[in-house]
Design a protein around this ligand. Structure first.
Ligand code: ADP
Ligand code: GLC
Length: 471
């Protein structure tokens, strides 16, 4: 089967969060399973672009409204990621340092999608599946089926995966001129609640809709940022498939970001060495249980409850635990976390920013990982934490519910709570502090969770079955 993935992110080319990890791994494991999977993404100015060799695969032009733009498709020469990687270069529009966050993101990603569809329309053959990820490629199924220029792609099957239903790519009707001419009768397929909604359009137009865990799929029927009734209507084509993790990259025995490697057998010693290094770097007391947070500092992750919860946990426990934050996002949350550094010497520190290498050391050196998320479609952090013997402390929602078993249950290895509130989080931290005193229990949980199979190998077949169901 030939599968073309279209995405705004793909690790290690460009990553802002879990979408990058998934699109960097799923195609690789699809190729390993004997299929031909490819990834097409925008050409940003990233390290990966400059450190690799590229060949020009195609040059074309297309219209974005009245503007005739030229685009170039380049392909990475050596297949170093385990699949064919194509970048779309649109001069001045995509070749920037950041992935998102520009005023003209709508124009950027619309032009990206137009270029990808125009390019695919020029192929002599048709791929079996076009697999779109999140709203930045949400207009593709509509364009392939209903835009006059691309009609001969209309019979190619499309799959749309929702990694995050909160962001839908809304556009005003005044921006409709950006989309290539379409069959007027089909206008309703672009619309939701009076606006153009690329995510809603993909849900309506794709042959199958997947999301990244079973529990999140169920949540979307009653909590989907306005799309609940659409999910209900399209229920028949929706399926939840839990993400995997790339065990080749996320392996504490071989992780290239770590100096101190460890396996299930050597987990206690290995984590101790990584923790010592981490605590030394960030001025933390290595004798205390270390609670960490890694992620986007936004409401979805309930990041704004971190400063208050940490302060309370430190006071209420008499300084029995230490904390380290790695994250970036909303400036008010960044500020609150930053200004606490220095207030609790030896017990608290924060790195505000994005740092891939540090994230690996933190997973390896921490004792507990905090994820109070309000919304968590899947969550990869808790699975990485488990692989590195770090106890996940999570709110029972979405993928967190599907991957973490509370230590009070048989074979449990994590801590779960129900509300994204300071009280629930502080109480869960106190449960962590208590269990940390019992080193035999900690070791047993660590060894158990490290062996839970969250690999892509185990998951990839579920996507293949979805594709086969359409073909
Ligand atoms: P989301 O995609 O919603 O941000 P996930 O849990 O699926 O959440 O994935 C987050 C990914 O991004 C993980 O690989 C995590 O380690 C990484 N990450 C998040 N924030 C940072 C940061 N500040 N520095 C390094 N890695 C980060
Ligand atoms: C999204 C979600 C996250 C998920 C990731 C990869 O960013 O917020 O929960 O793990 O996509 O699917």
């Amino acid at each position: 089967m030939e599968i073309v993935h279209i995405s705004a992110e793909c690790y290690p080319v460009a990553k802002a969060g879990g979408l990058g990890d998934v699109v960097g791994a799923l195609p690789k494991y699809q190729c390993k399973a004997g299929h031909i999977a490819k990834v097409v993404m925008p050409m940003y100015r990233t390290k990966f672009l400059y450190n690799n060799e590229w060949v020009v695969d195609f040059k074309g032009s297309a219209h974005l409204g009245d503007w005739l733009f030229e685009y170039t498709i380049i392909r990475e020469k050596t297949n170093s990621l385990g699949f064919d990687l194509y970048l779309v270069d649109i001069n001045g529009l995509l070749d920037r340092e950041k992935i998102y966050g520009y005023d003209d993101d709508t124009e950027r990603f619309t032009a990206f999608q137009i270029a990808v569809v125009s390019w695919m329309a020029s192929w002599e053959h048709r791929p079996d599946i076009v697999h779109c990820h999140d709203h930045q490629s949400g207009l593709v199924p509509f364009m392939m089926k209903h835009c006059f220029n691309y009609r001969h792609l209309s019979r190619v099957s499309t799959v749309f995966t929702i990694h995050n239903g909160q962001y839908q790519g809304w556009m005003d009707w005044s921006q409709s001129k950006l989309i290539p001419a379409w069959d007027d009768w089909k206008t309703g397929l672009l619309e939701w609640a009076g606006r153009i909604n690329p995510m809603a359009s993909a849900i309506k137009c794709a042959d199958r809709v997947t999301t990244v865990s079973q529990s999140y799929m169920e949540e979307l029927f009653y909590d989907a940022n306005g799309l609940e009734s659409l999910f209900d209507y399209e229920r028949g084509k929706c399926v939840g498939i839990l993400n995997g993790i790339d065990n080749e990259i996320w392996n504490p025995a071989t992780d290239t970001y770590l100096d101190n490697h460890f396996s299930v057998k050597t987990v206690t010693k290995g984590k101790k060495a990584n923790k010592a290094l981490l605590c030394e770097k960030y001025g933390l007391d290595k004798e205390k249980p270390l609670f960490v947070f890694i992620g986007r500092l936004v409401g979805e992750k309930a990041a704004e409850i971190l400063p208050g919860s940490i302060a309370r946990a430190i006071h209420e426990s008499g300084g029995a635990a230490s904390f380290l934050i790695l994250g970036s996002g909303q400036t008010d949350i960044e500020w609150a976390l930053q200004q606490m550094t220095g207030q609790y010497p030896g017990l608290y520190n924060a790195y505000i920013g994005y740092n891939e290498a540090l994230s690996h050391l933190i997973y390896a050196g921490a004792d507990f990982l905090l994820m109070p998320s309000r919304v968590e479609p899947c969550g990869l952090n808790q699975m990485y934490a488990m692989r590195y013997g770090t106890v996940p402390v999570v709110r029972s929602t979405g993928g967190l519910k599907d991957t973490v078993v509370d230590m009070g249950d048989p074979d449990g290895y994590g801590i779960r709570f129900n509300h994204a509130t300071e009280s629930d989080l502080v109480y869960s931290i106190s449960r962590g502090v208590s269990v940390y005193q019992d080193s035999a229990h900690m070791e047993k949980m660590r060894k158990f969770m490290m062996q839970v199979d969250n690999s892509w190998e185990a998951t990839v077949q579920k996507y293949i079955s979805v594709y086969q169901g359409i073909l």
